[in-house]
Design a protein around this ligand. Structure first.
Ligand code: XMP
Length: 250
């Protein structure tokens, strides 16, 4: 990811998200997604896909073609599937998404290591792909889960869930963590734990209220941006404006 970001001179990950379309309009949705990638690819380093595009387009019928397009244009492809099940299921999920060409997928550390995350990391390491862990989500209620005070089973000390997840990300050698841009203070705290060893991906910019400047200053490496770009009348202009505004931060 780092080398592509340097080559493309961009740290923007496009979240390829669109509003609900009737299932009959799948072809139109596919063309819209293709058009956005075609027009914004010079200004981004990766495309992030979500379930709400995989559901209408299908993994191998539609999304795989968009992943290939992203790769042909020199971009990485991330699957934001927030894997959250038992190990045997997670392993199959990971196999399918990596088979569709994804370079990395996002998983939820609440499931723990044994029979949770480990099977995902095992598949990822065999195929030389990445696993990115959720550490603090961008939405309002994130504190109800990721912000809880918990007891660290290793030290028996009270700690915050997201700090523990950050330490686990280091222990598991994760390829990235996600911390919402809506919480720059949390980005700073997580960055203090991770240093430059693991990059922070930060969603929640614009539509959700976070700002790129604050996220970057706090320690985020990559900015995940969706609707500000995909819903703009001119997505290329939107992403260009965005890139200019953050050029000199950090
Ligand atoms: P917008 O339109 O708000 O889209 O720029 C943000 C994108 O990022 C996803 N998202 C998250 N993904 N952890 C994640 O892994 C988060 O905390 C998080 N918050 C938002 C969201 O699904 C959308 O694709």
């Amino acid at each position: 990811m780092a080398s592509i970001s340097i080559k493309k001179e961009s740290n923007i990950v496009l979240a390829l998200d669109f509003p609900y379309e009737k299932p009959d309009n799948r072809e139109q949705l596919f063309r819209k997604a293709e058009h956005v990638i075609d027009t914004v690819h010079p200004y981004i380093c990766a495309v992030k896909f979500n379930h709400h595009l995989v559901l209408p387009l299908g993994t191998f019928d539609g999304v795989q073609k968009l992943v290939k397009k992203a790769h042909d244009l020199g971009l990485m492809a991330i699957m934001d599937c927030k894997v959250n099940d038992i190990g045997s299921t997670n392993q199959v999920i990971a196999e399918y998404y990596y088979a569709a060409g994804f370079d990395a997928l996002i998983a939820n550390p609440f499931i723990g290591w044994e029979e949770g995350l480990k099977p995902i990391f095992d598949v990822a390491r065999r195929l030389e792909r990445g696993v990115i862990l959720l550490v603090y989500m961008s939405h309002k209620a994130a504190n109800e889960g990721y912000g809880q005070t918990v007891i660290d089973a290793e030290t028996n000390q009270k700690t915050l869930q997201y700090i523990l997840f950050s330490k686990k990300a280091l222990k598991f050698n994760a390829d990235g963590v996600v911390v919402g841009a809506t919480y720059p203070d949390k980005i700073r705290e997580v960055h203090e734990v991770l240093g430059e060893k693991i990059p922070i991906y930060s969603p929640g910019i614009g539509t959700q209220g976070g700002t790129a400047e604050k996220a970057l200053k706090a320690g985020a490496r990559y900015l995940i941006v969706g609707r500000e770009i995909t819903l703009a009348r001119n997505p290329a202009e939107a992403v260009k404006r965005f890139q200019t505004s953050i050029k000199y931060v950090r």
